[in-house]
Design a protein around this ligand. Structure first.
Ligand SMILES: NC(=O)c1ccc[n+]([C@@H]2O[C@H](COP(=O)([O-])OP(=O)(O)OC[C@H]3O[C@@H](n4cnc5c(N)ncnc54)[C@H](OP(=O)(O)O)[C@@H]3O)[C@@H](O)[C@H]2O)c1
Length: 275
């Protein structure tokens, strides 16, 4: 039910966050709530969303925090989400497209459903949600979108091929939209974190990856903070952390004939290593 918390106040912005049941999405929810925004929290685990709502409400009882449990890998998920928002009379001012996951291993061996699900969640649901919410933002001449991509968006990624490709899509789409919407009052920021200790590595089963040893980890809180502040400053791309900025620079400027064997070495799973 919507009435969780208090009634919407016209003065408060409404921010919809996907993947708010943990990790970076939850960190976004806490940070955004500090700016006195109302929230719609979306993910599959409704009990975890209620936990997040409880934590925020304990600090400030004023905000409306609406929880919607939904599996975004389902083809009808975003249509259902739109219906639910309409029923609750909620029109988000800001969309944080954060839900996503990856899978690590030989592309030929990883389960088909798991790999196609990456496209469903990271690409299709993200895009459909944005396409459905954007017209109202443009009509209001305000608001905007934060799409969560990754440093992976800037390079190909052997043994996480679908994930890297999905994030390259998110980066390209976000940059195009940012340019297209310039001057409309609606802004788009793409947040590109490097590794962050969340449930992500567990789900992707990537703890054994050599690459992980060479990369620094910022906290989910630091990453969400950088993304939210960057969005407020109308930044097009936010890459939190110096080492991650260097990774992005390498992804953009090191030729792929050199980059690909290096990435392959760093990312080959232990049981696929030939030496
Ligand atoms: N952690 C990293 O190293 C890292 C690095 C770069 C980019 N990112 C990106 O950051 C974003 C957030 O990831 P995270 O690190 O915070 O990982 P996380 O802790 O695993 O959180 C992922 C969130 O997405 C939600 N989600 C996953 N599948 C979903 C589905 N089918 N339907 C609805 N919600 C779904 C999860 O909620 P439920 O399980 O409740 O559905 C959870 O709230 C992702 O887009 C990820 O690609 C992460």
């Amino acid at each position: 039910m919507p009435g969780e918390g208090e009634q919407r106040s016209g003065a408060r912005r409404l921010v919809l966050i996907t993947g708010a049941s943990g990790g970076i999405g939850e960190a976004f929810a806490h940070r955004v709530a500090e700016d006195n925004c109302d929230l719609v929290l979306v993910a599959r685990k409704e009990d975890e969303l209620n936990r997040v709502r409880g934590l925020i409400s304990a600090r400030s009882a004023k905000q409306l925090i609406s929880v919607i449990g939904l599996d975004l890998s389902r083809q009808d998920a975003v249509a259902k989400l739109s219906e639910e928002l309409a029923q609750r009379n909620l029109s988000p001012d800001v969309l944080i497209n954060n839900a996503g996951y990856g899978a690590y291993g030989p592309t030929a061996e990883l389960p088909l459903d798991e790999q196609l699900g990456i496209i469903d969640v990271n690409v299709r649901a993200l895009t459909e949600l944005l396409l459905r919410l954007l017209p109202a933002m443009v009509a209001r001449k305000s608001g905007g979108i934060i799409n969560v991509a990754s440093t992976a968006a800037f390079m190909p990624g052997p043994y996480m091929s679908l994930y890297y490709a999905s994030k390259a899509f998110v980066l390209s789409l976000s940059e195009s939209l940012a340019a297209e919407l310039a001057g409309t009052g609606v802004t788009v920021t793409v947040l590109c974190p490097g590794p962050v200790p969340t449930g992500f590595q567990e789900r992707a089963q990537m703890r054994s990856m050599r690459f992980m040893r060479y990369l620094s980890s910022l906290s989910a809180h630091d990453v969400a903070l950088a993304g939210w502040e960057g969005f407020k400053q109308h930044r097009r791309i936010v890459v939190p952390g110096a080492l991650n900025k260097a990774t992005v620079y390498a992804g953009r400027y090191v030729p792929h004939w050199l980059m690909l064997p290096t990435l392959r070495y760093l990312q080959t799973p232990p049981n696929s290593r030939r030496s």
